[in-house]
Design a protein around this ligand. Structure first.
Ligand code: BGC
Length: 244
């Protein structure tokens, strides 16, 4: 099946056509900046621009940086709060004329890693963490997704964990790799003590620089970089159309 995968992020909105059987991108990725403020109207317009760029008429899958249940947005930390309660699937369908499947962005990226990447054929409890503008999490139990875990928002040192340890915190505070890795390490230790995963997969754009921080982590658990790197969000978004 060919699906246009769209990864809506707090900073950028990226898309590419995807072959959902092989997980391969069928064309160049196209990226637009997330409009600020990221209101429903502005983001829907940007997504429509992406669909038009690819002259796409077929099915579309969208990863959204928030809680998505039955096509509706229930929470988001890094987009406008006007999204809360919006029937996103319907709104995107009306704007693009395409069939839309939509889910949380980290869940989507996790699905791609479990199908084609670092989580392939892995049973037990797999914890996927995406480090980007926020911290996204996806939890898989014997390959089955537990949707909408918001475990990037646990409290650490009196703060929302993602404000301390997301990649945007590294950039915002100009932290060295060592300082930032210590924050990621603390976050993973806390999460490990709560959910005891068998495998942790680190995704998000920064995962392409994994050699700068993964070796600095001290947690006694198998921790690997996402194999699909930043493409996981797009491929996973496309896979949403293959789920019933
Ligand atoms: C949101 C999550 C999202 C993550 C990554 C967090 O702020 O609450 O839903 O998966 O950012 O975009």
């Amino acid at each position: 099946m060919q699906v246009l995968g769209i990864d809506i992020g707090g900073t950028g909105i990226k898309g590419a056509p995807v072959d959902t059987d092989s997980g391969e991108l069928l064309g160049e990725r196209f990226r637009l900046l997330t409009p600020q403020p990221a209101t429903p109207d502005a983001v829907i317009e940007t997504v429509s621009e992406l669909v038009t760029h690819f002259q796409w008429k077929g099915p579309v899958g969208c990863g959204f940086p928030g809680v998505v249940r039955h096509g509706r947005i229930d929470a988001t930390a890094n987009l406008s709060q006007d999204w809360i309660g919006v029937e996103a699937q319907k709104r995107f369908e009306q704007a693009t004329g395409c069939s839309i499947a939509i889910a949380n962005d980290a869940d989507a990226a996790g699905l791609a890693e479990m199908r084609f990447g670092a989580g392939r054929d892995r049973d037990g409890l797999v914890f996927v963490v995406t480090l980007g503008t926020g911290i996204g999490t996806a939890l898989f139990v014997d390959g089955h997704l537990v949707p909408n875990t918001e475990l990037g928002h646990i409290e650490i040192r009196g703060k929302d964990a993602e404000l301390r340890a997301a990649d945007s915190a590294r950039e915002r505070k100009e932290l060295s790799w060592k300082k930032w890795a210590a924050r990621v390490d603390e976050y993973l230790h806390r999460m490990h003590a709560l959910i005891w995963p068998d495998l942790i997969i680190i995704g998000g754009g920064v995962s392409k620089k994994h050699e700068k921080f993964l070796p600095l982590l001290t947690l006694d658990c198998e921790i690997v970089p996402a194999e699909m790197r930043n493409a996981a969000g797009i491929v996973g978004a496309a896979l949403l159309q293959t789920r019933s």
